[in-house]
Write a new protein. Structure first.
Length: 617
C-alpha cells in the first residue's frame, strides 16, 4: 500500500487523550470511536511510511481505502455552479419566501480579482410578508471539500420547506415564523478540487509555505476564533488540519463568521441554533470540541445539560451517537465551538454517513435520516432550544374533517410524548433535577397564530380523561364559528409535569364558505302484514356517503286521503325507518318533506327520490 499515490485509510492506536489529540492535529481523522483506543485516519503514502518507520502498529482499512482511491460517481452531487443555479431557481419560483445572499468570496476569487473562484451563497427562507424579528436557524454544509453530502442534505432541507409551503403545515409555519439560513457549500474552491477525483479537504490557499501542490490549503474548520491553534489543529502548512496563519485568515471563514454575527447579533438572546454538516461516522457532536474541557483549561460548557439534551433529541431521529466533541476528538478552531463561545447559540456538528464521499445510495439514506432532525432544530429555536427540548413532543397531529363548513366542528387529535425529551442528571450540575420521560400534564392548541404573536391558547383534554402518562393521546373539539373561509393552521404543543412546554407541531384544515348538501338517496316501502307499512329513507351527502344523525321529516298519505307526519333521526347507513299502522286497504304514499343536519344544507334538487307508494291488499 505504501506504493499507492492515493490516500490510505488506517487505524492508529493511542493510549491517552493527549496522544489522540496529537493524532487529530497531525492527521486528517475520519473517526475516533469512543472507548476503542484507536482513531481512523486518512494518510498520504508518505505519512504512512513515516508512521511505520516510527514502529507504530497500524491497521489498514482496505475497503475504505478503495472507496477513497476510487470514489463513487458524482451523479447525485451538484457542482458549485449547479448549486448556484438551484438557489437562483428557488428565488425565482418563490420570490416572497426565498432570498439568495452573497456573503463573500472564495480564496481563488479574491486572488484573481473575480476572474475565477466562487461566491459563497446563503439562502434565507422566510415569509417576507410577515414582519420580524423572528428566531433564526442556521445550517451550513461542505466546509470540508470532500464531505459532499452536507451540501445535498442542506439543499434537501430547503426543498422540503419550499415545496411544502402551503400544503405541509410544519413547513408553512416554519417559513412564516422563522428566519432559516442555509449555506449549502462553505468551501466551493476546495469542492471543485474534490470534483476532479482528488481527496481534497481544505480550501486552495497556496501561499503559506507548503511546497506540495497536492497538500495546499487551510482547513477552514480549524480557522475560527475558538481556542484557535489548540489541540486537533496543525501549524504545518501541508497538514490536513492546517489552521492557517491567523484567526479568520481565510475569506471563507470570514464570510461565514460575519454572516453568523449578523444573524445572531445579541449573545443575550437565548433563541437560535446552528448545525454544520460534515462527514463521517454518524455522530452529533457539541461544544466543547476545542480542548476547553480538558487540562489546562478544565472548562465546562455553561449550557452542557441543554447541549447534551438537544443532541440526544437529534439522535432520536437520525440514530447517530451523541457526545461532546472533545470526547470524540478535539478540533480547535471549529465552527460550532466558535458560534457557541462568541455568539452564545446552540452549535452542533452532524457527521453524516460512513465514508467520504458517500455513495449515492448512502447519500439518500442520510438525507432521509436527518430531515426530521433538521425540522426539529428549526422548530425548537424559540424561545430557548435547551428549554424547548425539555418539553413533550406533539406527534401524529390530525384534524378531521380536513374540510369543514363554517360553524362546524374540527376534531383535533395528537399524541404528547415525553420519552425522548428532557435533561439528564449531570455531575457538573448537581442542582439539576432530571426531567426526561416525565408525565404529560397539559396540552393546548392555537388557531393560526402562535403565542409569540398574540395567539390565544385553547386547552386540549387527555384522551383517557386524565393527564398522568409519559405518552398521552390528547384531543379537542375546535369550534370554527367566526373564522373566515379558507385554510387555517392548528398549532399543538404539550407540557410535562415540571412545567416545560415542548415544540409546536401543526396541521391544516379548510373552512368552506358554503355548506355541503344532503339529499334523499332512496325511499323503499314494504308491507309487513296485518296492515303494517314500513318506509326506509336513506340520506346521502354529495360525496355519496351515508349521513347518520340527520333529522328527516316525512308525510304518510293514507288511502282515504288523511295524512300523518313523522320526524326521525338517521342511524347507521343513513337510514330512518318510518312505520304506520292502518286498517285501510288501498294505496299508501310516503313523501319526504325536509332534512336537517348540522353543518349541511338540504338540497331537494339532488334527491334521487322524493316519495314512494305501496298497495295494501
Amino acid at each position: 500500500m505504501t506504493s499507492q499515490n492515493g490516500p490510505i485509510v488506517v487505524r492508529i492506536p493511542y493510549s491517552t487523550w493527549a496522544e489522540k489529540a496529537e493524532l487529530a492535529g497531525r492527521f486528517t481523522l475520519l473517526d475516533a470511536p469512543p472507548g476503542q483506543g484507536y482513531v481512523v485516519a486518512i494518510l498520504s503514502s508518505g505519512e504512512l511510511a513515516e508512521l511505520q518507520a516510527q514502529g507504530i502498529r497500524i491497521e489498514i482499512e482496505y475497503e475504505r481505502t478503495s472507496q477513497v482511491q476510487s470514489p463513487p460517481g458524482y451523479t447525485c452531487y451538484r457542482t458549485p455552479a449547479e448549486i448556484e443555479t438551484a438557489l437562483s431557481a428557488y428565488q425565482s419560483a418563490y420570490p416572497t419566501l426565498a432570498q439568495v445572499i452573497d456573503i463573500g468570496d472564495s480564496w481563488q476569487k479574491i486572488q484573481t480579482g473575480g476572474v475565477s473562484g466562487y461566491d459563497l451563497w446563503m439562502l434565507k427562507l422566510t415569509n417576507q410578508a410577515i414582519p420580524g424579528p423572528k428566531p433564526a436557524f442556521f445550517l451550513i454544509g461542505n466546509i470540508h471539500a470532500i464531505e459532499m453530502a452536507g451540501a445535498e442534505a442542506a439543499m434537501a432541507f430547503a426543498d422540503w420547506l419550499l415545496s411544502g409551503y402551503g400544503t405541509n403545515a410544519d413547513a408553512t409555519w416554519l417559513i412564516d415564523r422563522r428566519d432559516i439560513y442555509i449555506v449549502p457549500m462553505g468551501n466551493p474552491d476546495g469542492r471543485m478540487m474534490a470534483e476532479t477525483g482528488a481527496y481534497w479537504r481544505k480550501n486552495i490557499d497556496n501561499d503559506d509555505g507548503c511546497s506540495n501542490p497536492g497538500l495546499w490549503g487551510i482547513d477552514i474548520n480549524r480557522n475560527f476564533a475558538s481556542n484557535w491553534g489548540g489541540p486537533g489543529s496543525s501549524a504545518s502548512a501541508c497538514s490536513g488540519t492546517y489552521r492557517g496563519p491567523a484567526v479568520e485568515s481565510e475569506p471563507e471563514t470570514k464570510a461565514i463568521s460575519d454572516a453568523l454575527r449578523a444573524i445572531f447579533p445579541d449573545p443575550a438572546d437565548t433563541s437560535g441554533s446552528m448545525i454544520t454538516l460534515h462527514q463521517s461516522g454518524h455522530y452529533v457532536v457539541w461544544p466543547w470540541g476545542n480542548g476547553y474541557s480538558l487540562p489546562p483549561w478544565n472548562m465546562v460548557p455553561p449550557d452542557k445539560p441543554g447541549l447534551s439534551a438537544l443532541a440526544d433529541k437529534y439522535i432520536s431521529y437520525n440514530g447517530y451517537t451523541s457526545l461532546m466533541s472533545d470526547d470524540w476528538y478535539p478540533a480547535a478552531g471549529a465552527t460550532e465551538d466558535w458560534a457557541y463561545e462568541e455568539l452564545n447559540i446552540a452549535g452542533y456538528t452532524f457527521e453524516l454517513g460512513s465514508s467520504q464521499p458517500s455513495s449515492c445510495t448512502e447519500l439518500l439514506n442520510e438525507i432521509s435520516l436527518n430531515m426530521p432532525a433538521f425540522i426539529y432544530a428549526a422548530k425548537s429555536v424559540s424561545p430557548d432550544p435547551y428549554e424547548v427540548t425539555r418539553g413533550p413532543d406533539s406527534l401524529k397531529v390530525t384534524a378531521a374533517p380536513a374540510d369543514v363548513p363554517q360553524g362546524g366542528t374540527v376534531v383535533l387529535n395528537a399524541t404528547a410524548n415525553d420519552t425522548k425529551t428532557g435533561w439528564l442528571a449531570d455531575p457538573d450540575f448537581p442542582a439539576i433535577v432530571p426531567d426526561r420521560a416525565m408525565p404529560v400534564s397539559a396540552a393546548e392548541y392555537y388557531i393560526d397564530l402562535p403565542p409569540t404573536v398574540g395567539g390565544t391558547p385553547q386547552p386540549m383534554a387527555a384522551g383517557d380523561g386524565i393527564f398522568d402518562e409519559v405518552v398521552e393521546p390528547v384531543t379537542a373539539n375546535v369550534n370554527t364559528t367566526g373564522l373566515a373561509p379558507g385554510k387555517h393552521l392548528l398549532l399543538v404543543r404539550a407540557q410535562d409535569n415540571k412545567g416545560h412546554w415542548g415544540a409546536f407541531s401543526g396541521v391544516f384544515f379548510t373552512l368552506s364558505d358554503t355548506l355541503p348538501a344532503v339529499f334523499v338517496n332512496s325511499i323503499r316501502l314494504t308491507y309487513r302484514g296485518t296492515y303494517k307499512v314500513q318506509g326506509q329513507v336513506q340520506i346521502y351527502n354529495e360525496a355519496m356517503q351515508a349521513i347518520a344523525g340527520a333529522s328527516v321529516t316525512a308525510q304518510w298519505t293514507k288511502p282515504d286521503g288523511q295524512t300523518s307526519v313523522q320526524t326521525l333521526i338517521t342511524g347507521s347507513g343513513g337510514m330512518a325507518s318510518f312505520r304506520l299502522n292502518s286498517t285501510q286497504q288501498g294505496l299508501y304514499t310516503l313523501t319526504v318533506q325536509n332534512v336537517t343536519k348540522s353543518g349541511y344544507v338540504y338540497d331537494p334538487g339532488l334527491n334521487i327520490e322524493t316519495s314512494d307508494q305501496i298497495q295494501v291488499p
